[in-house]
Design a protein. Structure first.
Length: 268
């Protein structure tokens, strides 16, 4: 099978511990794009958080795509065209915020075009998202009255021991409306139903006239599981969560050891 598409998670996969792409990996990605391969950046980050990396990889010059919000939106880099976009049902925002407020230590966040909006009390985990997304955090008193525009996702953030207590209750209450899953032990993703990275990638494959067998997907986190299982070749980083390694067809070097370059050298 000749692989045509390389799908890359960002944090912990493409970027190293300093949130940078090594020059050798960047050069490898430029080389395969010049040869006609398609790169897709598939991240939980909002659009603004993915765009700087797409620019660094010159994806606007080639046939590259960004998949942001864990699959909520697909954008073609060369034109800015939105290929696919799904947003949360507005009626779930207030009850989820009100429920999260009853559990000490949690915050609820979502995104405007330029800011992360914190609905309870910003915490150290929100700061991680702020740094990754290159967006400032703004805390508001009445979160639902501020989120009056369509949003692709919300996150409940907090210490893993606290976050895990709300997973099942929320999943049971909203099983017909939402996808609710961990992307990190401290991030509970609240997404439209049936939206994850694999679902969105199928939409992109339909658009391109290709199949999952033409695709390599690389990741390290829980939110990468669906696409790693879905791909023709699912790749876990050496630094990946154990469940991701178990699901993968191949385990490459870590994100600090140019693991993506190793995949390029072996399979592309």
């Amino acid at each position: 099978m000749e692989y045509q598409i390389l799908v890359l998670d960002l944090d912990g996969t493409l970027t190293n511990s300093r949130k940078e792409i090594s020059e050798t990996t960047r050069n490898g990605l430029l080389k395969i794009q010049k040869a006609g391969k398609i790169i897709v950046l598939a991240s939980g980050r909002p659009v603004n958080g993915v765009a700087p990396i797409a620019e660094k990889l010159e994806m606007n010059r080639y046939n590259g795509y960004t998949l942001s919000f864990n699959g909520g939106r697909i954008t073609k880099c060369s034109t800015g065209e939105i290929i696919y976009n799904r947003t949360l049902p507005p009626e779930v925002i207030r009850p989820i915020w009100e429920y999260a407020r009853t559990v000490p230590g949690l915050d609820v966040i979502s995104y405007s075009d330029t800011q992360i909006i914190s609905g309870i009390q910003s915490n150290q985990y929100d700061e991680i998202e702020s740094k990754n997304s290159i967006m400032e955090i703004v805390t508001v008193k009445d979160f639902p009255s501020v989120i009056t525009f369509p949003v692709n996702k919300m996150i409940i953030s907090g210490h893993p021991s606290v976050v895990k207590t709300v997973i099942v209750p929320l999943q049971e209450q909203y099983q017909d409306l939402l996808n609710i899953y961990l992307s990190e032990p401290f991030f509970l993703e609240i997404m439209p139903r049936n939206i994850d990275k694999a679902y969105a990638l199928q939409k992109l494959l339909d658009h391109l006239g290709l199949t999952a067998e033409n695709m390599i997907c690389c990741g390290d986190g829980y939110n990468d599981l669906s696409m790693i299982k879905f791909a023709g070749l699912g790749v876990a980083m050496a630094n990946a969560q154990p469940a991701v390694k178990e699901a993968a067809d191949f385990i490459t070097y870590s994100n600090d050891e140019d693991g993506i370059l190793h995949v390029i050298d072996l399979f592309l």
